[in-house]
Design a protein around this ligand. Structure first.
Ligand code: ADP
Length: 306
């Protein structure tokens, strides 16, 4: 195989009570990438369409992630990458993660799959280090593995894939304002109370149990976050109204996607998820902020070969 074309999905990190440890993979929102073997060694980004992003290998997360992988193999050829970008950078649905994960997935295929999907995660995390300063895995893990992923531990890296109930749909509204990841981090408190910890643990356990047992009501009861959301939501205009609109339209729960500004909701069934999207959209239409709405099934398989 000399060339591969693939779909690199968007992802929702945190998922309310899973701050920094949970993520889920979307099905129909994502970038397309073409990766080719070349005679020249190393990796080149030859084309990016859809967004204005750096082509230099060391400045693009796709390039940095592949360089990390190439350190572990001995080959006398290299790769070039074309990216068709649909996920807006800084939207909070894993734009950088899609490129990092897609790049290492494609290169691994062209190499004859020397690495498992789990083994690709640390390479993709190097792309995240470039994008945000920390090598976090809560977007690249669900992009590579699909479904929900739990980062049980970073050291050693221990990632658990959790299948989603069949009718679980995500709605994402992206109000087009800029929230800097650094600001979204700096508003957080560095200590949490015992009471908040107990509440968060209860909800995280409830959410994971609800996913395994396909208990939609339990999933809904567990989608709360008292640690991060109260502070980060201040950076997102109309957050409380959008969340309220989602819940009134029938969503199981709603919260901030990644570090925002996107807001997600989870629902049982596509029809409800679409209704939730319309209700959240109305909030932003009324105040004339541009927005995108995505409705997607949870993607069980992650990156797809096209
Ligand atoms: P998101 O939360 O949507 O992933 P981030 O803020 O984490 O967005 O990442 C976007 C940052 O990564 C931007 O500074 C962008 O310039 C940089 N970047 C570098 N390469 C890429 C790429 N291939 N795709 C997306 N962002 C990239």
């Amino acid at each position: 195989m000399k060339e591969i074309k693939l779909f690199a999905p968007a992802t929702i990190a945190n998922v309310s009570c899973g701050f920094d440890v949970l993520g889920l993979c979307l099905d129909n929102v994502g970038d397309e990438m073409i990766i080719r073997k070349t005679n020249d060694k190393g990796v080149k980004i030859t084309k990016i369409s859809g967004q204005n992003l750096p082509l230099e290998t060391e400045k693009n997360v796709a390039g940095v992630a592949v360089l990390a992988l190439l350190e572990k193999v001995t080959i006398d050829y290299g790769f070039e990458i074309e990216i068709s970008k649909n996920i807006k950078p800084g939207s909070g649905i894993g734009s950088s993660a899609a490129s990092s994960a897609g790049a290492v997935f494609g290169v691994n295929k062209l190499l004859g799959e020397p690495f498992s999907l789990q083994e690709l995660v640390p390479f993709a995390m190097e792309g995240e280090r470039l994008a945000s300063g920390t090598a976090h895995a809560d977007n690249v893990a669900p992009a590579l593995l699909g479904s929900f992923t739990l980062i049980r531990s970073y050291n050693p890296l221990d990632i658990v894939k959790i299948d989603a109930p069949k009718e679980l749909y995500a709605t994402v509204v992206h109000p087009q304002i800029e929230v800097k990841t650094s600001d979204a981090r700096s508003v957080l408190k560095q200590t949490v109370s015992l009471q908040q910890t107990v509440t968060q643990l209860g909800n995280l356990g409830g959410l994971i149990s609800g996913l395994y047992t396909e208990d939609y009501e339990l999933i809904g009861r567990s989608l709360h976050d008292e640690i991060v959301e109260p502070y980060r939501s201040i950076l997102i205009p109309e957050f409380e109204n959008a969340k309220k609109a989602a819940l009134e339209a029938g969503a199981l729960g709603s919260g901030i996607s990644g570090s925002g500004p996107s807001i997600f909701a989870l629902s049982k069934g596509k029809e409800t998820a679409e209704k939730v999207g319309r209700a959240m959209a109305l909030v932003y239409k009324n105040i004339e902020i541009d927005f995108d709405v995505h409705v997607s099934k949870v993607n069980a398989n992650g990156i797809k070969v096209l």
